[in-house]
Design a protein around this ligand. Structure first.
Ligand code: BG6
Length: 483
């Protein structure tokens, strides 16, 4: 069994990690623009920022001399033409980008969009197409207009549903001829781990002891917004395919103790809750008990049920980097790292330099689990290895570790396809080095293309082809036959 002839090979990025130029052509400040770089020695176990509103305001008042890497990205705003030419050289069939909401609606509440922002994506999508690739576009990838956080409390506020729908309809109408593949929220289940990044709200906006309540309220509002956007996309864009996007992580029980096994089953609901709603258009029954026992009351509108039902997705997309280990609460053990998900260590797996547990077979299992549950097409829209790269004197990067990682995951994808999974495509994360989401550093690189830039944005920004560039080109040319 092999990859289908129309399999979408490619790479994935997000606006805030590549574009830079955070304040040009009328763009408003986004939640990502105020995330500061933290030196490795000051990091406490991969913390994902959950700032207070005052901390954000303070960062804005005292910004000189501080580093906010998502403001400069890798200058893709200006280099997209030559960067896309390199993707074309690798034979990409698709390229995943996101739209920065604050380029289109600088504060999120304008009724008219910012024309210069729209024009940038006109040019970008045209260029992606001109290079023979299908654009795969995320509406919201870990950022939103900062004003919506400070003035509205982000996704805690129901008003965001209509503001987001207005933004979504605007871009659907504008790009309907250029973009057919859309994703609503990147890793929508992330707000259970990263309330600010995923949910756009700050620490002080949550009542004491009510974080879980806040997270599920924000999740509800996003799920309704996602359904509204999906329905609108189907109405506006001829032939549209809309997907949800979740962190795909499979958890294994730490022991064969039945309680560990059930705890593991429950832990998977952090993902399945979101895909269940997106695919089935209604809340799964298991959430009733969870809400009751955790004293969570979701504020809903009478029409929400109908909206969820009317806005189901066409496919499920997921990121996959690692697997995890779960156990009943009282079990203790050594913890593994991850950008969002930290769990117990699995002694059978090796780790990346950032402590992420590498598990190609976990990908096969996960694809099968998703497909058996929903029988809906799947799309892997992120996978890759973050590593430190060294440039040799003759300007080469010998990244065999990256090739090994990707090769072993593609082999398992192939197995999953042979198992019967309908897999539409595979976009590796960060085909060109970009600013890390979790640590805002450049040092952790995912690319086939090296970018000469350091954590502070210094460097020539010159692009170099790594060994993996030639390898991936061959993988695509042989449709995954030669790994
Ligand atoms: C995913 C995100 O969680 O992981 C990406 O969707 C992110 O935005 C990627 O970059 C890798 O994580 P990190 O922290 O290594 O950049």
């Amino acid at each position: 069994m092999t990859f289908p002839a129309n399999f979408l090979w490619g790479g994935a990025t997000s606006a805030n990690q590549i574009e830079g130029n955070y304040d040009v052509d009328g763009k408003g400040l986004s939640t990502a623009d105020v995330v500061e770089y933290v030196k490795p020695e000051d990091r406490t176990n991969m913390e994902i920022p959950f700032p207070s509103s005052d901390e954000i305001k303070h960062a804005l008042e005292t910004e000189s001399g501080r580093t906010f890497p998502k403001r400069f990205g890798i200058d893709f705003y200006h280099t997209y033409e030559s960067d896309l030419a390199l993707m074309k050289e690798m034979g990409f069939k698709t390229f995943r980008v996101s739209i920065a909401w604050a380029r289109i609606f600088p504060t999120g509440v304008e009724s008219e969009p910012n024309e210069s922002g729209l024009k940038f994506y006109d040019r970008l999508f045209a260029e992606i197409r001109a290079n023979g690739m299908e654009p795969l576009v995320t509406l919201s990838h870990y950022e939103m207009p900062l004003h919506l956080t400070l003035a509205y409390g982000g996704w805690l506020n129901r008003k965001l549903i209509d503001l987001f729908t207005h933004y979504a309809k605007t871009v659907f109408a504008r790009y309907k001829d250029q973009v057919k593949y859309w994703l609503t929220f990147n890793e929508i289940n992330s707000l259970l781990m990263a309330p600010y990044i995923g949910g756009g709200f700050t620490r002080d906006q949550v009542e004491d002891g009510k974080l879980l309540q806040a997270q599920y309220q924000a999740a509800h509002n996003q799920l309704v917004a996602s359904a509204k956007a999906t329905k609108a996309c189907h109405e506006i864009v001829d032939g549209a395919k809309v997907g949800c996007m979740v962190i795909g992580m499979i958890n294994y029980p730490q022991s064969t103790h039945p309680d560990d096994v059930f705890a593991t089953h429950e832990s998977m609901r952090n993902t399945f809750f979101f895909t269940d709603v997106h695919v089935r258009g209604k809340y799964p029954t298991y959430m009733k008990r969870f809400f009751r026992e955790n004293k969570i009351t979701i504020e809903k509108s009478p029409e929400d049920e109908e909206i969820l039902q009317a806005g189901t997705v066409d496919f499920i997309s997921l990121s996959y980097y690692m697997s995890g280990v779960a156990a009943r609460q009282e079990v203790e053990g050594e913890h593994a790292a991850g950008n969002l998900l930290t769990g117990l260590k699995n002694p059978h797996l090796e780790e990346s330099e950032w402590g992420w547990q590498i598990d190609p077979v976990g990908l096969r299992t996960l694809l099968n689990v998703f497909y058996e549950r929903y029988e809906m097409p799947l799309f892997i829209v992120e996978n890759g290895l973050g590593a430190v790269d060294h440039v040799t004197e003759d300007g080469r990067v010998h990244d065999s570790y990256r090739i090994n990682y990707l090769q072993s995951h593609i082999e398992q994808m192939k197995e999953a396809i042979a198992d019967g999974v309908d897999l539409w495509g595979y976009t590796t994360w960060g085909p060109i080095d970009l600013v890390s989401f979790s640590t805002s550093e450049m040092t952790k690189r995912y690319g086939f293309i090296y970018v000469d830039q350091d954590d502070y944005g210094r460097g020539s920004k010159k692009r170099l082809k790594k060994d993996s560039f030639y390898w991936y080109k061959q993988v695509i040319a042989t449709n995954g036959e030669e790994l």
